[in-house]
Design a protein around this ligand. Structure first.
Ligand code: MG
Ligand code: MG
Length: 257
């Protein structure tokens, strides 16, 4: 079932989203060599709890950590561990927070130390694909218009989008209808309405689109071992566009930073 949210519900989601954005801000100084992915998880969890929210992914389908930390060829669902980040790595951190029963969900890919040009380009294309897709996020458009724009943009740069993982509706559950794929034809299926809340999240593989799940039963990796990137925002659909919920305003950033 696809729901539209009331003004009050959107306020709760905005707070959840703000907390997710604060967690992303909090980990930025730790994006350096020698820091373990466990440490990043710890900082995120602390930030979320400090703001009277709970980590959305902890316990979700049995996931044990607060956030997902996916390094290099790991696309999504990487489990925080004792792995120490090293120069040249890229890490996608996917953070979810639940405030007053409502969720926010946002992923970002960070570069550690000196990252090669090719990998920086993968990050840039994936980042830009998010906003290329979001340009179609407005009432009256189809969800698939977002999907199509992302897929075309990514593939025009020679990269791939895996077909088995998608963005999603979000609200009182992290994953709600509709699914928001990162590929496919435009102008089909669900029509976006004012007040719908969705997580748009291009997941991009530098090489071939096939993925496999590691024996830890969580980590989704590029089958060909190539690098991957992931950017995600939770947004609310407005009449003439979208509003990002997983963000904080500049003044607050200064206050916190
Ligand atoms: Mg996410
Ligand atoms: Mg998501």
């Amino acid at each position: 079932m696809i729901t539209t949210k009331s003004t009050r519900e959107i306020e709760y989601m905005k707070e959840a989203g703000r907390i997710v954005a604060l967690a992303h801000e909090a980990i930025k100084p730790y994006m350096r060599e020698g820091v373990t992915t466990k440490k990043i998880n710890e900082i995120c969890e602390k930030t979320i709890l400090k703001h009277h929210a709970t980590p959305s992914f902890k316990g979700l389908y049995g996931f044990s950590a607060a956030v997902c930390t996916s390094v290099n060829s790991t696309l999504i669902h990487g489990i925080p561990s004792e792995y120490k980040l090293k120069s040249g790595d890229i890490i996608s951190v996917d953070i979810g927070a639940c405030f007053n029963g409502y969720h926010g969900d946002s992923a970002w890919t960070y570069a550690i130390g000196d990252v090669d040009e090719k990998t920086l380009d993968l990050m840039k294309v994936t980042h830009d694909a998010l906003f290329v897709g979001l340009a179609y996020a407005k009432a009256g458009n189809h969800v698939s218009d977002i999907s199509h724009a992302i897929g075309e943009y990514v593939m025009s740069h020679g990269y791939s989008v895996p077909s088995d993982y998608t963005g999603h509706g979000i609200g009182t559950s992290v994953h709600e209808d509709p699914t928001v794929p990162n590929f496919g034809p435009a102008g089909r299926g669900v029509i976006l309405k004012e007040g719908m809340t969705i997580a748009v999240e291009p997941m991009v593989i530098a090489g071939k689109p096939q993925t496999r799940v590691l024996s830890d039963t969580w980590s989704v990796v590029a089958k060909d071992g190539s690098n991957t990137a992931h950017y995600e925002h939770t947004v609310v659909i407005r009449k003439d566009g979208y509003e990002i919920l997983t963000t904080i305003n500049k003044e607050e950033l200064q206050k916190n930073g």
